[in-house]
Structures are given as structure tokens and as C-alpha cells.
Design a protein around this ligand. Structure first.
Ligand code: ADP
Length: 503
């Protein structure tokens, strides 16, 4: 059994992994950049090692330095979390070479699924439907033009090494193809060091439905059902839930089997996710494999009762899967909202700076996976995710109500966040009816910023008031009338005499 793990990550996911390790009696080593000296993961780990200056290329992406830190601390294993080195086959290979357990898939599987074109070829060979489109990297724009005519517009240009929506361009007609391919190549080159792009048919307003898979090193595999991740902004997920309102038991079983078949074809081990696009006629197409723990893994944990980080560690330690497909059930409904340090009223500009005060929601069925605390400075260097708010309830309607109530109770003061935006998504009638697809945000929330303007100039007042709240003696007087029930339960109520309407 592994008894010490280095966590090659930061923020909420590093905290999540540290907590799983603690429960398993495993010691933890955090790594951090100079910008993260005061970060929560550094405080919670048993040991912490400074690995470099703030830019990720000099710290969280510095493979040699991280392996060195693991060796110096006598960690048998490295958990990469998500992002940074999580899907880097060279890093997995370096760990393998140095005799350190990489908590993730083997480097060959990682390499295969990290290349979208190779993954498409493998899946097609395995009999899984792929999105219509090119099956090899084109050698010229003329080749793309010919292929696009066969596929039919609209098409989407994608980077083969892609991730995070980088290099993607939707093209509606032939005139726009050449500049889109060229721009996609430039973006892919700068993001991944590989300019290979290819074309797929652009499906109109599909749903994004993905399946969680666990596979041990002995050929045993289960799926832990689906996650519906159609609420996306610029092709990036912001709200996820399970079960998907779009699946019935028959379709669920079919997609679950296809997901397992995909992972078998890739010789995959450990935790991974097979992503599909689902069209209006319930046809599903392989999109890609995410070869790591997903940001949205908690919704699966709440509905299946399986701790995915614990399972990852057990599998990496060489244990056999302790569950069979028939042991797994979906119970109730879970929804996750990603809380970003961004200003939705200002084109989602990152909002770094000091969190003057944070009040996390609590209550039955409410889980908060966070990496923040009052007084912490959000650095500008990394992904702006602050935390994830996850709720569980007996059914979807109750889960939506619970999420609304939890978001109402959530206050972060000092920086802009997406909390208000998320609340409006959850309460949108189409979301409540389960009628979501990947075009949802564009269709209903394109001009949300106008209405949702954050009272930026009031922030210093709010912040002062929040500190005031921490010192109740400062505002025992001033409440002239008893607040309404809604006001009493609003975090703004905690601002006492400073309460300001219309927020
Ligand atoms: P990345 O790896 O960059 O995150 P993905 O291939 O996983 O990109 O796609 C991300 C999202 O982009 C999908 O969930 C979907 O919303 C959209 N998308 C990708 N490919 C297509 C397609 N062929 N048709 C329609 N939407 C697509």
C-alpha cells in the first residue's frame, strides 16, 4: 500500500486529494509556487515543497522539479489532479522510469487518448460511432476544403492535441474555412506545441453526456453512469448533473457499455471519462476520453456513493476493483456549480485579488469543495476556479431548489464571482424542465451581464460591513425593523446595518 503521496496540483483539487489521503492514513506532500505560499493546500498537507516562481511553466508544469520533490520527500506516488501534468504522457513515463507510481492511466493509454485523431481511429475500429469527420491529419487547406464539402457545413476545426476548447473554430461556409484552419493551427501550436488540426461535422445543439469509468490493472472495469455537462460557456462546462434528464435506462445501458468498450480499446486503467455528444434523436457519438479525475467527479460520488479519489489510489496501489457493475446504482440527483473568480458582467474577466470574506453554504446534502478562505489573495496566474458547490437531493427538482438555496447562502466578498450567474441558470425555466443543450448559455444568457451588473463601487462598503459582521459588537444597534424571511436567510443580511438593497 502507498503511504505517502505528492500532489502535483493546487487549489480545490489538491485539497480534495489531501482529504482522501488523510482518511486513508496516507501522508501528503504539497508542492507550491511562490504565488501559492499562503494557499490552503499548502496549509493542509503534511509537508510542502516550494517548486518555483509563479508561472505554471516554471512550477506546476516543471516535471523534473516535481519528481525531484517526490524523491526527496520519499513519496511512492504522485497524484496529478486535473489540468497541469494530469494528461501528460511524458510525465507519466518519467514517473514510471523513476519508479514513482503515477496515479492515473499507463503512459501508452494516456498518449493514445490524448491524440484526438488517433483516439477517433481506435474507437471507430472498436465499433463505436464517432462524430462524422476526418480520420487523419490533413496535409493542406485544400484537403480540408474537400473534406468539408463531403461532411457538409457547419464544420468544426479542432486541434488533435486539443483541450480546454483551444484551437476550436466553428465554420458555417467555405469562404471562412481557410482563415479558421490557419488560426486554429496557430492557436494549437502555441497551446500544445503541435499545429495539427482536423475537421468534424458541427452538431447543432447536442447534449454533452459523459460516462465515468474505473478500471483496475487486472482487466476489471465498471462504469459509474453518466454526467450531463451541457451547460457550457465557450465549450467549457460550468454546471454538471447526474442523472442526465435525457437518458432512459435503455440508452444509459447502451452508452455505458460503449464507454467500457472505448476504454478497453485504449487499454485503459485507473479512473477516466468517456465523453459523448448526444443528438436530438438519441444518437450518441464518441467525443473524447478525459484521462484523469474530472472537475465534476463529485456529482458521481454523491449519486453512487463511491469515492473516486480513494478508488484511484487503491487501483494505483495494485488492488483489484472491489465492485462489479451490478453492485452500482444511481440514487437521487446531484448538481455541481463551478464557482469562478470571474466577472460575468464584464465578459467574464478573471477577477484576482483578496477575498475579504467568504461564507460557505452548509446544510443537509450540500458539499463544498474549495481552496479558499477569508483573507486569501487569489493569484492571477492560474485557472480562476475557486470552488465547487455540489448538492444532492432525492430528485432533480429538489436538487435544483437545494442548489438555489445554497447559492443564496454563499457570499464571497472582495472579488467578482459567478455565483449570481449560476443562480439564474439553475432557476431558468428551460433548465428546470431539463431541456438543456450545449447552446443553452448562448441562447438564453448572451446579454446576462447587462442585467447582472455587480455593484463594483459598493464592494469596499460591503467588505467593510463583512468585517463588521465578524465583530458583532460593532453593530448591535441599527436594525430598525425586523427583516423579511427572505432577507433573514440572505448572506447580505449578515452585513447588518450596512445592508444594501438591490444586490
Ligand atoms: P476540448 O478537448 O478542447 O475540451 P472537446 O472535444 O472535449 O474539446 O469538446 C468540448 C465541447 O465543444 C463539447 O462538449 C461540445 O460542446 C463542443 N463540441 C466539440 N465538438 C463538437 C462537434 N463536433 N459538434 C458540436 N459541438 C462540439
Amino acid at each position: 500500500m502507498i503511504n505517502k503521496i505528492l500532489i502535483a496540483n493546487r487549489g480545490e483539487i489538491a485539497v480534495r486529494i489531501i482529504k482522501a489521503c488523510r482518511e486513508m492514513g496516507i501522508a501528503t506532500v504539497a508542492v507550491y509556487s511562490e504565488a501559492d505560499r499562503d494557499s490552503l493546500h499548502v496549509q493542509l498537507a503534511d509537508e510542502a515543497v516550494l517548486i518555483g516562481p509563479p508561472p505554471a511553466t516554471d512550477s506546476y508544469l516543471n516535471m523534473g522539479r516535481i519528481v525531484q520533490a517526490a524523491q526527496a520527500a520519499h513519496s511512492q506516488a504522485i497524484h496529478p489532479g486535473y489540468g497541469f501534468l494530469a494528461e501528460n504522457a511524458d510525465f507519466a513515463r518519467l514517473c514510471e522510469k523513476e519508479g514513482i507510481i503515477f496515479i492515473g492511466p499507463n503512459s501508452n493509454a494516456l498518449e493514445l487518448v490524448g491524440d484526438k485523431v488517433r483516439a477517433r481511429q481506435t474507437m471507430e475500429k472498436a465499433g463505436i460511432s464517432i462524430i462524422p469527420g476526418m480520420k487523419s491529419i490533413p496535409k493542406s487547406v485544400a484537403e480540408c476544403e474537400a473534406a468539408a464539402r463531403t461532411i457538409g457545413y457547419p464544420v468544426i476545426v479542432k486541434a488533435s492535441a486539443g483541450g480546454g476548447g483551444k484551437g476550436m473554430r466553428i465554420v458555417g461556409e467555405e469562404n471562412d474555412l481557410k482563415p479558421a484552419v490557419e488560426a486554429g493551427m496557430r492557436e494549437a501550436k502555441s497551446a500544445f506545441g503541435d499545429e495539427s488540426v482536423y475537421l468534424e461535422k458541427y452538431l447543432e445543439e447536442p447534449r454533452h453526456v459523459e460516462f465515468q469509468v474505473l478500471a483496475d490493472n487486472f482487466g476489471h472495469m465498471v462504469h459509474l453512469f453518466e454526467r450531463e455537462c451541457s451547460i457550457q460557456r465557450r465549450h467549457q462546462k460550468i454546471v454538471e448533473e447526474t442523472p442526465s434528464p435525457a437518458l432512459d435506462d435503455g440508452l444509459r445501458a447502451k452508452m455505458g457499455e460503449a464507454a467500457k468498450k472505448a476504454m478497453q480499446a485504449a487499454d485503459y486503467n485507473n479512473a477516466g471519462t468517456v465523453e459523448f455528444l448526444l443528438d436530438r434523436n438519441s444518437n450518441f457519438y464518441f467525443l473524447e476520453v478525459n484521462a484523469r479525475l474530472q472537475v465534476e467527479h463529485p456529482v458521481t460520488e454523491l449519486v453512487t456513493g463511491v469515492d473516486l479519489v480513494r478508488q484511484q489510489i487503491r487501483i494505483a496501489s495494485g488492488e483489484k476493483l472491489s465492485m462489479a457493475q451490478n453492485d452500482l446504482r444511481q440514487r437521487g440527483h446531484a448538481i455541481e456549480c463551478r464557482i469562478y473568480a470571474e466577472d460575468p458582467a464584464n465578459n467574464f474577466l478573471p477577477s484576482a485579488g483578496k477575498i475579504l470574506f467568504v461564507k460557505e453554504p452548509k446544510g443537509p446534502g450540500v458539499r463544498h469543495d474549495g481552496g479558499i478562505y477569508s483573507g486569501w489573495d487569489v493569484p492571477i496566474y492560474y485557472d480562476p476556479i475557486l470552488a465547487k458547490l455540489i448538492v444532492w437531493a432525492e430528485n432533480r427538482d429538489l436538487a435544483c431548489r437545494r442548489m438555489t438555496s445554497a447559492l443564496d447562502d454563499y457570499a464571497i466578498i472582495g472579488i467578482h464571482t459567478t455565483i449570481g450567474f449560476l443562480k439564474d441558470i439553475i432557476n431558468h425555466p428551460e433548465f428546470r424542465a431539463g431541456r438543456t443543450n450545449t447552446g443553452f448559455i448562448k441562447r438564453y444568457f448572451e446579454s446576462w451581464g447587462e442585467k447582472g451588473k455587480d455593484p463594483g463601487m459598493l464592494r469596499p462598503v460591503l467588505a467593510a460591513a463583512a468585517f463588521d459582521e465578524l465583530n458583532p459588537a460593532a453593530h448591535v444597534q441599527g436594525a430598525e425593523s425586523r427583516p423579511s424571511r427572505k432577507e433573514r436567510f440572505s448572506p447580505w443580511q449578515s452585513l447588518g446595518k450596512w445592508r444594501i438593497g438591490g444586490i
